[in-house]
Design a protein around this ligand. Structure first.
Ligand code: HEC
Ligand code: HEC
Ligand code: HEC
Ligand code: HEC
Length: 365
């Protein structure tokens, strides 16, 4: 997204697009409906079968790699520079290199990350990023099971055969209050795909998926005296919710009992999964993506020089579970556990390594 357009061309484009947007906002019937909540609650998922076709096509899993033996010498005994994957058998290691190539750089091949004269060499930025990506993927699969369950993720979940995943976000320019004489429009009235072209703030990501602002709208009392949520906060919350619905291809009732949006009781369990998802995405952006800022070249960064970051669409890509829940992780054991955790398990079999995993329990349940 480029917000640098000058106002005039932006308005001309808007005028031209105006009628198109109006029409495309209405989807042509017939729709399919699937009951989701208890009968009588009206919690129904509405699907557009024509949009679903595209989503299904975009979410097909790749062919699994041929099985490799977990036995035999470790990669660390054979190769020189393998701090992230050295605990794997040589067979599993080689399989993972072949899979990583198919998932991330099928056209360029091994040389997308490797200096072909010396595979141990770390001179390409892509290899450095890939090593951190391995650790990020292992962290998702071992520390965020409360979101990804045993299904887990591989590089394919985000990359789908491309070096740059299809859905990433950068911080937009021009969000500072009083930046010009019209004041701060809070990112509104600029139809953006991030919020399905609604007149909602187009950047729900900086406050919630990078920052840690409260996602609150509802008061818990009947009278408005204790109502702390501002209109701005409310709009940003709806903006995030629109992004979440669109990323998963679902309606609000997938996660909420719409009788009371704020209530956790009586709502579908998916809301709790989504709650962990929000925390996971924030942690991954702050602990894995941001630290890579200096590793990425300038042409990969946003207008403000920030690194590409994740949101719900990066993995989900329109499906309620990424790749419709295909359990790809089981074919790539090297991505299941962080090497450090693996070594702890191997040296101290009695130590309770599992205790630390479920640290982020939901506040209400
Ligand atoms: C997306 C990036 C990427 C692609 C593509 C890739 N690799 Fe790697 N490769 C890595 C990373 C990262 C490491 C270091 C792993 C670690 O730190 O444990 C590595 C390490 C290696 C090593 C160990 C070298 C040594 O002595 O330290 C070999 C061998 C290797 N890769 C072979 C291949 C082959 C063969 C291909 C193509 C089929 C390939 N790789 C494709 C990222 C990649
Ligand atoms: C949760 C989503 C996610 C997963 C899982 C993931 N990546 Fe990435 N990856 C990203 C994002 C976001 C970027 C930044 C995009 C960019 O390069 O501008 C990125 C960038 C990269 C790049 C740099 C590409 C370039 O041309 O700049 C490489 C190489 C890479 N990833 C390899 C991997 C490998 C290998 C795995 C699996 C071990 C993996 N990624 C798993 C999200 C992911
Ligand atoms: C994928 C699951 C999911 C979907 C879809 C979803 N929500 Fe949410 N919603 C959540 C979660 C999780 C929270 C609570 C976040 C937190 O507490 O940090 C929340 C919070 C809210 C709140 C704030 C409630 C409060 O306590 O003040 C409102 C309002 C809301 N959602 C409305 C909507 C609307 C409207 C839609 C449809 C456009 C929607 N949501 C779609 C998961 C979802
Ligand atoms: C790193 C990849 C990744 C990201 C990013 C991600 N998810 Fe997920 N999500 C998954 C996987 C994998 C599953 C499937 C888990 C399973 O099989 O139960 C899942 C499942 C879910 C489910 C449960 C679906 C069901 O039917 O049980 C919800 C709800 C959900 N995600 C919401 C979100 C929201 C909201 C966000 C953004 C805040 C998000 N996810 C970001 C990987 C991701």
């Amino acid at each position: 997204m480029n917000h640098k357009h000058n106002a005039r061309t932006a308005w001309l484009k808007l005028l031209a697009l105006g009628s198109l947007v109006l029409l495309s906002a209405c989807e042509r019937p017939p729709m399919d409906t699937v009951q989701h909540g208890y009968r009588g609650t009206g919690m129904v998922q509405v699907y557009n079968p024509r949009i679903m076709e595209g989503v299904i096509e975009a979410n097909q899993p790749p062919a699994p790699p041929p099985p490799a033996s977990p036995d035999g010498p470790r990669a660390s005994e054979v190769y020189q520079n393998v701090p992230a994957l050295g605990h794997l058998s040589v067979g599993d290691f080689t399989n993972l290199m072949v899979s990583m190539t198919a998932w991330v750089a099928p056209e360029k091949g091994c040389v997308y990350c490797h200096n072909p004269a010396n595979f141990a060499d770390d001179s390409l930025y892509t290899k450095l990023v890939a090593r951190d990506m391995v650790k990020m993927t292992q962290t998702i699969n071992s520390d965020w099971k409360n979101h990804v369950a045993a299904t887990g993720v591989t590089c394919f979940t985000c990359h789908r055969g491309e070096p740059v995943p299809k859905f990433v976000w950068f911080k937009p320019e021009g969000q500072t209050a009083g930046a010009d004489f019209i004041g701060n429009k809070m990112g509104q009235n600029t139809p953006a795909p991030s919020v399905k072209l609604a007149s909602l703030p187009y950047d729900p990501f900086t406050p919630y998926l990078s920052g840690n602002e409260p996602i609150r709208v509802n008061s818990t009392k009947a009278l408005p005296t204790d109502h702390v949520a501002s209109i701005a906060q409310t709009e940003k919350t709806y903006s995030l919710m629109t992004h979440m619905s669109a990323s998963l291809g679902v309606n609000c009732t997938f996660c909420h009992n719409t009788q009371a949006f704020g209530k956790w009781e009586g709502g579908p369990p998916q809301r709790v999964t989504a709650y962990h998802g929000i925390n996971m995405v924030r942690a991954l952006n702050n602990e894995h993506m941001e630290p890579l800022t200096d590793t990425f070249p300038a042409n990969r960064k946003g207008e403000l020089g920030d690194v590409a970051k994740l949101n719900c669409a990066t993995c989900h890509q329109g499906a309620y579970k990424p790749v419709f829940g295909a359990p790809m992780l089981q074919d790539s054991p090297g991505l299941a556990t962080l090497r450090t955790a693996f070594e702890k398990m191997a040296t101290a079999p009695d130590a309770s390594t599992a205790a630390a995993t479920d640290a982020a329990a939901p506040k209400t349940q």
